[in-house]
Design a binder for this molecule. Structure first.
Ligand SMILES: [Zn+2]
Ligand SMILES: [Zn+2]
Length: 471
């Protein structure tokens, strides 16, 4: 079971500022209200709101202990219950400069508090975190076995990549990963540390056509080892112009695109693991598998899967690279417009809805029941299955490779991420585009669905307004 904690860089910085005030050596206390994302390998505890207990919320505070007021605890419990989430209890050991650990007092108090949390809240999982000045330790309570277990990793997601903090109790048993010599030339570019960050990442690719196939092959070559591939199509004759890795035999055998790619990837590097899901991304199996990924790439050509992936990215706090290409040709086959874009949704920094980057009306029409959908297709509002847009491999190659290049820079933190890159074929130019966050966007603001996980319930109103007045 791999249980980990995810938070935004913004929250992590704010938490450290509150927990280590410059003029105090007293232990500090707080709670984090989390969303919970359950996946096949365990749970991801998604940090939504950090609530610092100031002096008025404590009954005792010294350099060696800190005790919250029961009324403050009850206040936070009520909020956790309302948003059907989990709770992380946070405190500091301000005198710990090395590797911080839970004390005997912490052990005894948590043997009491964890079962109480399960009884009064839901089963969680709930967790606790202790911070020293340079390190962190964390653990969670398994309500089923009644055991306290270590948290495997704390992921801090922001504009300059995902930092993974290893809790003290994990670093002792942390096995140094080896690097396959296939990647020697890359190690020369971004070092062993960078290569390890790439090979630890689990990547989901939705849409394994012209874009997705190139994304997958380039990511395999880059060293990503763990994949989820989602696409319900089989290889067809008309795909051979752009579907990387496909051969005529796949057309003959009607091989699902995901299976063709998984086999091809394993021929490049037999250390990779691929979960191939030959189903629509809207099935529960596909959605469930995506929750275990560290990054998601979208290579889809319709609007409704984008709406879904945008939501998954925000709700489950997973960075999402949305890729798309388009060619507009006149009747005489003169290309009027052609190009593509990569838009990267980093949870907490804005989403595709913030920039009106998805056509929500089209998305709704795509999801209509069959009869009504035929009706809107006949009237030309959306394209039917038999109408195909122009598509060429080189353009897909440009966009897929630009996306993997941004991913490489983001994961290894060797360059600032361009969250929106637009490529114009006729002008042969690549232009960075603004990707502002809309403060009124309900999907991605911190006080609504960001990190809401499986519950998808907004944080209670009073908690938001209260914390806003504090700011
Ligand atoms: Zn302690
Ligand atoms: Zn948004």
């Amino acid at each position: 079971m791999k249980t980990q904690i995810t938070m935004t860089t913004k929250m992590y910085k704010e938490m450290l500022e509150k927990l280590f005030p410059p003029d105090s050596n007293s232990e500090q206390f707080g709670f984090i209200i989390t969303g919970i994302s359950k996946h096949e390998n365990g749970h991801n505890l998604l940090c939504r709101k950090f609530i610092h207990a100031d002096e008025s919320c404590l009954t005792n505070q010294s350099g060696v202990s800190v005790i919250p007021d029961p009324r403050f605890v009850q206040y936070v419990y009520n909020a956790v219950k309302e948003c059907k989430g989990g709770l992380i209890t946070v405190h500091t050991h301000p005198f710990s400069n090395g590797s911080v650990c839970f004390s005997g007092i912490d052990d005894r108090s948590e043997e009491d508090s964890f079962p109480k949390e399960v009884e009064l809240l839901e089963k969680g999982p709930h967790a606790s975190m202790v911070l020293g000045r340079n390190s962190v330790d964390a653990r969670w309570y398994n309500a089923k076995t009644r055991q306290i277990k270590p948290i495997k990793a704390i992921k801090v997601v922001g504009e300059s990549g995902t930092k993974v903090l290893t809790p003290t109790s994990q670093s002792e048993i942390y096995q140094d990963e080896t690097i396959n010599e296939i990647h020697n030339r890359q190690v020369l570019a971004f070092g062993k540390a960078g290569q390890k960050l790439i090979q630890k990442a689990k990547v989901g690719i939705v849409g394994c056509g012209g874009l997705g196939s190139i994304l997958f092959i380039q990511l395999v070559r880059l060293g990503v080892r763990d994949f989820v591939l989602i696409d319900d199509d089989v290889v067809e004759n008309t795909n051979l112009n752009r579907l990387a890795g496909s051969r005529f035999i796949d057309v003959k055998n009607k091989t699902p695109k995901v299976e063709m790619l998984a086999k091809y990837g394993l021929e490049i590097n037999d250390e990779i693991t691929v979960e191939s899901i030959a189903e629509s991304v809207f099935t529960s199996k596909a959605k469930y598998a995506l929750k275990s990924c560290d990054y998601i790439f979208g290579g889809v050509d319709t609007q409704s899967p984008r709406v879904l992936l945008n939501s998954i990215s925000i709700q489950h706090m997973i960075p999402y690279f949305d890729c798309g290409t388009g060619i507009q040709a006149a009747v005489d086959h003169n290309i009027e417009h052609a190009g593509g874009q990569i838009r990267t949704v980093i949870p907490g920094l804005g989403c595709l809805k913030c920039i009106k980057g998805i056509n929500l009306d089209t998305a709704k029409m795509e999801l209509l029941p069959e009869e009504q959908r035929q009706f809107v297709i006949e009237r030309g509002y959306i394209a039917g299955e038999d109408e195909h847009a122009p598509s060429v491999a080189p353009l897909n190659g440009v966009i897929a490779n630009l996306a993997v290049t941004e991913f490489m820079g983001f994961v290894t933190d060797c360059k600032p991420l361009s969250r929106y890159v637009f490529y114009d074929f006729l002008r042969s130019t690549t232009v960075p585009v603004e990707f502002p966050k809309n403060p009124d966007c309900f999907s991605c603001s911190e006080d609504s669905l960001l990190g809401s996980g499986d519950s998808n319930v907004a944080l209670p109103e009073y908690l938001i307004s209260e914390c806003l007045t504090n700011v």
